[in-house]
Design a protein around this ligand. Structure first.
Ligand code: DHE
Length: 524
């Protein structure tokens, strides 16, 4: 071999060896490996969502890639999403973000046939007794969600003793919803399952998978329908509340054929409708469930004149009225008459008030720091109705006059809070400090003075969160949010501890009476 050729081969071999050394396999950002190690537990190995949302291009909605990199690096405040900036390199984070913006070869279909195929009736209603098999007050029961081992405990709200404990689907989220008489409880899991249980016989009634990833559910005030709002696919599903037979799937599609995840769905009893906010289309949908909805105008009705209804109407059962907004809504809340909807958007600086009768925004609210409105409450203060809500990103509670929509007070807290609760029969409102070093603290605020009067620490070092009252408002039940946790019962007048019931990471608890009477001190 000519010496020149030998030198060339040597240079080539050296170059490739050096190249390989500088790009060793373990240093190459391997997106799938990083995803499997760090993300799959919460978001699912298939990226279809588990405890965390599905991570697919069609579900990332308004989130741009640089913002996604920021979320993976720094975490997302007010969620369970941790920061990976110290665990993963920049290149690995970029690779994981590229991966989640890559479409899956196919996203599972979850239309009527797939939904129907999962429907199981465990105990037909006709086989169930007409009266409770227990002697507890059926209206003073609590449904307690235990996230530690994915169970629910039904708690007697007078004796504070568990009546029934049963396993649930993975990661229930959102409030338990009851039939208007309080007999049936409906639960939704993040992975798309809906369950119905009977609080008379203490037996499961039915279950069905309505989506791949569910947002939340609502029960109509006439007790006939359940509506589920999905994150994936982008649909609303209406079911017969008796045994969860699916009735109708509504695709969530905007004017430009864009689809949207559902932010939340709630029932509005005086309006006989479900109200739905959307994450990716700036609209609210109102869907009437009463038997014979009033005839509505045909086609597209559009008017900018004040006082005129604006929206599009869809026909047939469960007609959809669409109300256009200036901004997307992530969470919302109603006034007591269900005339106004008070909404908050994750990226917005202000809240907005939308009058549902005229179908348009009527006021902006000075609400920055992402108030968690679904966790807010209403009460009377100096003769007027006020709304109070914690903020997920600020250590404060805002108190807002519901006539002028002005903020009348900001109450400083030890950290941002998630849930605020009260009851008509107590002068106090309770708010947790869910985030930060004081997450073991709960403030008690006097509704008459808007001052914090006591700060409780039921289990130092462990998160204390989510309060709910007994039917009569005499006791407040608080969660110690730990696998080795507890429900702590306080006397709501003396603020002294009465009892501690061990539970596996109890999250939310929902009193039958307070929910079905739409108490102003709790969520609905
Ligand atoms: Fe929730 C209710 C949205 C994260 C525990 N949460 C709700 C509701 C919405 C919502 C829209 C009202 C549904 C209903 O009751 O019908 N939650 C969101 C989010 O957007 C957020 C920030 C991100 C997400 O993961 O979706 C979020 N939520 C959490 C958590 O990380 C919490 C603390 C733990 C968990 O279980 O996931 C959590 N959310 C709760 C609870 C309720 C809830 C306990 C019911 C409160 C009630 O009293 O009604």
């Amino acid at each position: 071999m000519a010496p020149q050729l030998t030198r060339l081969i040597l240079i080539f071999v050296l170059a490739t060896t050096l190249g390989a050394t500088s790009l060793r396999a373990e240093e190459t950002p391997n997106a799938v490996r990083a995803f499997t190690e760090h993300c799959a537990e919460c978001h699912g190995g298939d990226r279809l969502g588990r405890m965390g949302p599905a991570l697919l291009p069609e579900n990332l909605g308004r989130l741009r890639k640089p913002a996604a990199i920021d979320v993976v690096t720094n975490g997302r405040p007010a969620t369970q999403m941790p920061a990976f900036g110290a665990t993963l390199s920049d290149a690995e984070i970029a690779a994981v973000v590229d991966l989640i913006y890559t479409p899956l070869p196919s996203v599972p279909q979850w239309a009527m046939p797939e939904i129907q195929a999962t429907h199981i009736v465990h105990n037909p209603l006709a086989s169930l007794p007409d009266v409770p098999v227990h002697d507890a007050d059926p209206l003073n029961l609590f449904t307690v969600v235990e996230a530690g081992d994915h169970h629910v405990t039904i708690l007697d709200g007078d004796r504070f003793e568990p009546l029934w404990r049963f396993p649930t689907h993975f990661a229930l989220h959102g409030g338990a919803k009851y039939s208007p008489d309080g007999r049936f409880v409906y639960l939704a899991s993040r992975d798309g399952w809906l369950e119905q249980h009977d609080l008379f016989s203490l037996k499961p009634v039915a279950e069905i998978r309505v989506g791949v990833n569910i947002r939340n559910i609502a029960v109509s005030s006439d007790g006939r329908w359940v509506m589920a709002g999905n994150m994936l696919p982008h649909t609303l599903v209406i079911l017969d509340a008796r045994e969860l037979a699916p009735i109708k799937v509504i695709s969530v599609v905007g004017d430009k054929d864009q689809t949207s995840r559902v932010s939340a769905v709630y029932t509005a009893p005086p309006r006989q409708s479900f109200v739905v906010a959307l994450k990716d289309i700036p609209e609210i949908w109102e869907i009437k469930y009463q038997d014979n909805p009033k005839p509505v105008p045909t086609g597209f009705v559009h008017s900018h004149r004040p006082g005129m209804i604006e929206g599009t109407f869809d026909f047939g059962p469960f007609p959809v009225r669409r109300i256009k907004l200036d901004d997307y809504l992530d969470d919302f809340f109603f006034d007591l008459a269900y005339r106004n909807l008070i909404g908050a958007a994750r990226n917005a600086k202000n809240g907005q008030v939308i009058n549902l009768n005229v179908g348009r925004k009527v006021a902006d609210l000075a609400l920055d720091g992402l108030p968690h409105l679904g966790s807010g409450i209403i009460f009377d203060y100096e003769g007027r109705s006020v709304l109070a809500t914690p903020h997920l990103k600020q250590p404060t509670v805002s108190v807002i006059d519901m006539t002028s929509w002005n903020t009348i007070k900001r109450i400083d807290t030890l950290g941002p809070g998630f849930f605020m609760r009260s009851h008509e029969n107590t002068p106090y409102a309770w708010v947790d400090v869910f985030f930060g070093e004081h997450r073991d603290a709960v403030h008690v605020i006097d509704k008459r003075t808007l001052e914090i009067v006591r700060t409780l620490r039921p289990a130092p070092g462990k998160t204390a969160a989510h309060v709910e009252f007994t039917k009569d408002g005499r006791f407040a039940l608080l969660s110690v949010w730990d696998d080795d946790g507890a429900i702590v019962v306080y006397d709501a007048a003396t603020l002294e501890e009465v009892k501690r019931i061990p539970m596996r990471k109890p999250v939310g608890k929902y009193n039958v009476h307070n929910k079905i009477t739409f108490s102003a001190g709790t969520s609905h």
